[in-house]
Write a protein that binds this ligand. Structure first.
Ligand SMILES: Cc1cc2nc3c(=O)[nH]c(=O)nc-3n(C[C@H](O)[C@H](O)[C@H](O)COP(=O)(O)OP(=O)(O)OC[C@H]3O[C@@H](n4cnc5c(N)ncnc54)[C@H](O)[C@@H]3O)c2cc1C
Length: 386
């Protein structure tokens, strides 16, 4: 543990109370207005939530993976749009910099990301390169001691609010796969960057996503993440970032499942049919029991993989197993919650249908379920060949 037990318990208790008292009451309003109130974002800043995974020397909380997952499980007990505000600064938007950035780059950006003064976004996906991210065509051509970036990035979380993009672009035009890609730290105000309109989404209203278009966007050589030593090695940076990110999303799925289970049990005890609470019916009990069992299994998987990562183990396969199981699991839990609520589960005012839509995304981003399956199988096959 990076924190002593008492400090971790205090942090978890603070986040639990913040979620219960501040965020849960705002869920319907945030979904309706598609906007998170600025005072809530300010409270997230003061709680240190933007810098959970950023090392203490750069102003963050420096949580290890297990601690991060435990906090994220608490944050999962409310609309995932709230988590999205701080998600990129703790995950894909900062971890490339934490893992592979130069000392100067870290000193320049990480303290501002930890405090939430700047928002970082991760720009990998393109219109023609989603699951096959290594086929990206955004180019970064060396010119006049710097680089010129051209291309379009798609579905970039927090892009409308970001001050910093970690952009993946091809620096070696003779390659077409994942080799020959570099990562760049690009100021969102750099000339040559335009943002598309915010995408209208199925769920997670309040969290914003849009295209980021680069047209002859000039960046200095110092923008190359990790410096010259990292030229053409950006794809490895992206993949390392995703190992931890996948555990973060799996933990979030566990948190959402816990919330849906609590809501389902409460409703099943309150709602009466045939003269008794529906919780007394064994067919309803079966749904509750299946959800409890699956959420418990996912929680164990996430915490075990996180601990192993913290102990220095390579957890690519376990992170994929955790993300695959936890995100599919929360889809089933949300579906059962709608069923337990009956007609009310389908109605906006109860909020269950909103979670049903919100959690759907977890099976798509940071690697679809099918991509997790291919990662797991590839690792199994490789291990069998060793
Ligand atoms: C709300 C939202 C936020 C996002 N935020 C970000 C972000 O911040 N930064 C970023 O870079 N990207 C982001 N993304 C992009 C996201 O990571 C991609 O959408 C995802 O990786 C899938 O790519 P795709 O949409 O192109 O689907 P495709 O790759 O076209 O996949 C379509 C289907 O084909 C399947 N498939 C593809 N290849 C294989 C294969 N080899 N074997 C089996 N099945 C396969 C997929 O599993 C899927 O079912 C976001 C997406 C969304 C929706």
């Amino acid at each position: 543990m990076a924190l002593d037990q008492a400090t971790l318990d205090a942090l978890l208790d603070t986040v639990r109370r913040f979620v219960r008292d501040r965020l849960v009451p705002l869920e319907a309003r945030v979904a309706r207005e598609d906007r998170i109130p600025e005072d809530v974002v300010a409270e997230m800043r003061s709680l240190g939530l933007f810098g959970m995974t950023i090392p203490e020397e750069f102003g963050g909380l420096g949580l290890n993976t297990e601690e991060e997952c435990r906090v994220v499980m608490e944050l999962g007990r409310t609309s995932p749009a709230f988590r999205s505000v701080i998600g990129t600064n703790n995950g894909i938007g900062s971890q490339g910099l934490v893992m592979d950035g130069t000392v100067q780059q870290k000193q320049h950006y990480l303290p501002k990301m930890a405090s939430g003064e700047i928002i970082g976004s991760f720009a990998l996906t393109e219109p023609g390169a989603g699951s096959d991210a290594g086929s990206l065509t955004t180019s970064a051509k060396a010119r006049d001691g710097g680089f010129v970036i051209n291309g379009t990035k798609r579905y970039i979380t927090n892009a409308p609010h970001a001050q910093l993009f970690t952009v993946f672009a091809r620096t070696d035009p003779s390659t077409s796969g994942s080799r020959g890609v570099s990562a760049f730290l690009v100021d969102a105000k750099a000339p040559g960057i335009t943002l598309g309109p915010a995408n209208r989404k199925m769920g997670q209203h309040g969290a914003h996503v849009c295209d980021v278009i680069f047209e002859d966007c000039r960046v200095p050589e110092s923008a190359l993440l990790g410096g010259q030593a990292n030229l053409n090695k950006g794809f490895q940076t992206a993949m390392k970032t995703l190992d931890r990110g996948r555990l973060h999303i799996a933990a979030l799925a566990v948190g959402c499942a816990e919330r849906l289970i609590d809501d389902s049990v409460r409703y099943a005890l309150e709602r009466r049919q045939f003269g008794e609470a529906i919780a007394q019916f064994q067919l309803v009990q079966a749904m509750l029991a299946d959800s409890r069992t699956e959420a418990y299994a996912a929680q164990c998987m996430v915490l075990d993989s996180a601990r192993r990562r913290d102990a220095g183990e390579q957890v690519t396969m376990l992170a994929s197993c955790s993300k695959l199981f936890a995100t599919e699991m929360v889809g089933r839990v949300a579906d059962r919650a709608v069923q337990i609520f009956g007609g009310a589960g389908y109605m906006e005012e109860y909020g269950i249908e909103r979670f049903y839509r919100d959690v759907r995304l977890f099976r798509i981003y940071e690697g679809t379920s099918q991509i997790q399956q291919t990662v797991i199988a590839r690792q199994m096959i490789r291990a069998a060949g060793d």
